[in-house]
Design a protein around this ligand. Structure first.
Ligand code: NCD
Ligand code: ZN
Length: 349
């Protein structure tokens, strides 16, 4: 008998869709699985204004395959200069759901990000007042801090004090990777949540050094020790409504990854829901996947849950070794050339 699993159509609350040929690839993979996605604004130049976000959203809609039903929800890029008036305009726009805080210098295209909390306090107060969510890349940029400690230090030095000062601000700790992050979210009430990626649930830091240096397993925040991975699996599969799906699927060209200074980012949009199904199944929690993937994120953002459904089948599928972008460029996906245990059925199967 065919083993299938039907879920409320899930949402991806953290994805990088990029532009150009990469957008075509990423948008098709994301739209084949998710009803909505929180689209990250770290383009170059970054998406800072409502007007620019609406232009970018139109680019995404134009890149979707014919017939796709997908609603990109835009995040704006917070800078030291974001004006409270722009926050108010963002709050009035139904296509915009959040601001993303990148501490300057922490990750891909974060140069224009936030240097300290003090200059962004007026914007954060406006967000709290208008109910706009703050998505946070929770890492300190101090090069003196060990790369594996940057999330824990950021939580202690920046997020805990911010949450105490502005408890009404809704905060998402994006791509949480540590026990400390999980504890903070668990104990901070209804206004603090976290997205959890598939790759941080699957890998610990050994994956980057398995038989040699593995650039395709490198992302930021970097994967941590096994006990942190175990804490993430426990949080994601526990049914705690503060943890929900965000892939952080972040495609880069193969040559930018396989380089003397390789870019951070893992491409997972081609297999996102399938991988989460595999993780929840091995944790014995397949019955909790629907809440994590399709309910809790929408609830946190104050949006209706999707009405559509997505069906997965327990059927092996081999992942392509790479996806061509044209011009000789390609993207190497997570599990390249390997097998997935679940497959997504096309709509109306
Ligand atoms: C992301 C990217 O490439 O845009 N990279 C990553 O490793 N996650 C940026 C980010 O989300 O930090
Ligand atoms: Zn990201």
């Amino acid at each position: 008998m065919r083993e299938t699993l039907t879920l409320t159509r899930p949402d991806d609350w953290h994805v990088h869709l990029r532009q150009g040929a990469m957008l075509g690839l990423a948008a098709a993979h994301t739209a084949a699985r998710f009803g909505r996605a929180a689209v990250m604004p770290n383009l170059s130049p970054p998406v800072e204004t409502v007007a620019r976000a609406l232009d970018y959203r139109a680019e995404i809609m134009a890149a979707l395959p014919a017939g796709a039903e997908f609603n990109p929800m835009m995040s704006l890029y917070l800078t030291d200069h974001t004006a409270p008036d722009e926050v108010a305009a963002a709050a009035r726009c139904a296509h915009i759901i959040a601001y993303k805080l990148y501490p300057a210098g922490t990750t891909t295209h974060s140069e224009a990000g936030v240097t300290r909390i003090a200059p962004v306090m007026p914007a954060l107060e406006a967000m709290a007042g208008h109910g706009v969510v703050l998505q946070v890349h929770a890492e300190v940029r101090d090069p003196q801090v060990d790369v594996f400690d940057r999330e824990a230090v950021f939580i202690e030095q920046v997020l805990e004090p911010l949450h105490r000062e502005l408890p009404e601000l809704k905060i998402v700790v994006e791509h949480v990777t540590t026990e400390q992050g999980v504890d903070f979210v668990r104990h901070s009430g209804d206004h603090v949540a976290a997205t959890v990626t598939a790759h941080h649930l699957l890998f610990n830091r050994n994956q980057m050094f398995r038989g040699g240096l593995r650039p395709h397993a490198y992302c930021l925040p970097v994967a941590k020790r096994e006990r942190h991975r175990v804490a993430l699996v426990e949080a994601a599969t526990s049914g705690d409504r503060s943890f929900f799906l965000g892939t952080d699927s972040a495609p880069h060209r193969r040559r930018d990854k396989e380089s003397a200074c390789g870019c951070a980012g893992i491409y997972s949009a081609h297999a996102a829901v399938e991988l989460y199904a595999e993780i929840f199944e091995s944790a014995g929690a397949l019955d909790r996947l629907e809440g994590f993937a399709g309910h809790y994120g929408a609830d946190f953002y104050g949006l209706e849950r999707n009405r559509g459904r997505l069906t997965l089948e327990k059927k092996a599928r081999r992942v392509a070794p790479a996806y061509a972008l044209g011009g000789g460029d390609e993207v190497v996906p997570l599990r390249a050339g390997e097998t997935l245990t679940w497959s997504v059925l096309p709509p109306g199967h």
